[in-house]
Write a protein that binds this ligand. Structure first.
Ligand SMILES: Nc1nc2c(ncn2[C@@H]2O[C@H](COP(=O)(O)OP(=O)(O)OP(=O)(O)O)[C@@H](O)[C@H]2O)c(=O)[nH]1
Ligand SMILES: [Mg+2]
Ligand SMILES: [Zn+2]
Length: 375
């Protein structure tokens, strides 16, 4: 097979990092002479580590991000981004500069805090969003639904991995837990794995072999341990959780992109205390597709599933086909999503107003200057 003109031989080593004709095409459209494509593998304040092609292999360069600096948190470079890097711009403590980011195919976004209502991109150009959930503590299905909704919204395929399966003694108990989680994530593969015992890793590695994956979940969920097991080397720091999961300090503090021996790349992220909904209408509808399908069968198309006759949702709850918990969880997440959207709209409106005022002020200034020049 003849390779496309875009996948030039020089960037072929980047294929292991997810480079393909599509990215090559967008790179060709916006790159200037002297620029090379690079994938962001780690982000620091004001600079990124990126892998670029280097002969037959790759090398990691440190690139300054001042040129693409923006106040918009959604456009800040993040791990997984493909960047246009100018290696001609060598400077103190840097190998080059980032000139632009290629358009993202997918992006996992959460709202950082309910107060500021800002979106934060946790990973870009991700194919699989792996939600890591520890079996060492009680399952919180609502939290899984929250992560899965955001995962669907990202454009990536969600996957739930129940970690530390070795701590669950009986196989039937484990099967039960997997089934429980599966009902909270229709259409999503749910796997049990143990990084310490090596269980479930082959299946997981096979799923992750195609494309880019990101590990998401609470601190102590076992993400880095899983990453190390998949990479086959202790590349990520792991700290013994003295006080079990969820508490204590975060071990991983940066989002790192790692190459898997069986193919694919994996982004390990620091544990998240909370993930707020962010513009997740589509994701929520996917995550609760079972409820949506039932709602479509209600007698009234604007059924609130409260007291209406002929309500398919209430019937399903009555018969036990749909857990009451799940309907409540859906309502809660929908409300939160709307609240954030309203806040964001308010913030955007304020920003537009400010920009407009600035432009008006500038306009006045220009008019006055012209007048001055004439008079
Ligand atoms: N029993 C058991 N313990 C595990 C397993 N995987 C991880 N752990 C333990 O769980 C604790 C936390 O693991 P980490 O991999 O650091 O968790 P993390 O999700 O990366 O945490 P952050 O980096 O803080 O987000 C460590 O003490 C691990 O040894 C497992 O499969 N079985
Ligand atoms: Mg970690
Ligand atoms: Zn109804």
């Amino acid at each position: 097979m003849q390779s496309s003109s875009f996948s030039s031989a020089s960037s072929r080593p980047l294929t292991a990092y997810g480079w393909d004709d599509g990215f090559a095409e967008s790179f060709a459209a916006c790159a200037g002479p002297g620029s090379v494509p690079g994938r962001v593998v780690r982000v620091d304040r004001g600079r990124v580590d990126a892998v670029v092609s280097d002969g037959d292999g790759v090398r990691t360069v440190l690139a300054d991000t001042a040129l693409v600096a923006t106040r918009d948190p959604m456009r800040v470079p993040c791990t997984g981004d493909w960047a246009v890097i100018d290696l001609g711009e060598v400077g103190a403590g840097r190998d080059g500069v980032v000139r632009a980011l290629l358009p993202r195919r997918t992006a996992f976004v959460r709202s950082t805090s309910s107060k500021r209502s800002e979106g934060q991109v946790l990973a870009a150009n991700v194919d699989h969003a792996v939600v890591a959930v520890s079996l060492a503590v009680d399952l919180d299905l609502g939290r899984i639904e929250r992560f899965v909704s955001l995962a669907w919204e990202s454009g990536a395929q969600p996957l739930v991995v129940l970690t530390k399966a070795d701590l669950v003694g009986a196989p039937d108990v484990l099967a039960h837990l997997v089934a429980d989680v599966a009902t909270a994530a229709p259409g999503v593969q749910v796997l049990a794995a143990s990084a310490t015992a090596g269980d479930g890793l082959d299946v997981l590695a096979a799923v992750l072999a195609g494309g880019t994956s990101v590990l998401l979940g609470q601190s102590g969920a076992g993400k880095s341990t899983l990453a190390n097991a998949l990479v086959g080397e202790d590349v990520q720091d792991v700290r013994a959780a003295r006080d079990r999961d969820g508490k204590g300090r975060h071990t991983t503090t940066t989002r790192d992109l790692l190459v898997l021996p069986g193919g694919g790349v994996l982004i390990d992220t620091p544990g998240l205390r909370g993930v707020g909904m962010w513009d997740a209408d589509t994701g929520l509808a996917r995550a609760f597709s079972d409820v949506e399908e039932l709602a479509a069968q209600c007698r009234f198309h604007d059924c609130a599933h409260a007291t209406e006759p002929g309500c398919a949702v209430l019937e399903a709850i009555e018969s036990g086909a749909l857990p009451q918990r799940r309907l409540e969880s859906y309502r809660k997440l929908l409300r939160e999503n709307e609240r954030i959207a309203a806040k964001t709209d308010a913030r955007l409106r304020a920003e537009i107003r400010r920009d407009w005022k600035q432009k008006m002020a500038l306009g006045r200034h220009m008019v006055e200057r012209k007048r001055g020049a004439r008079g």
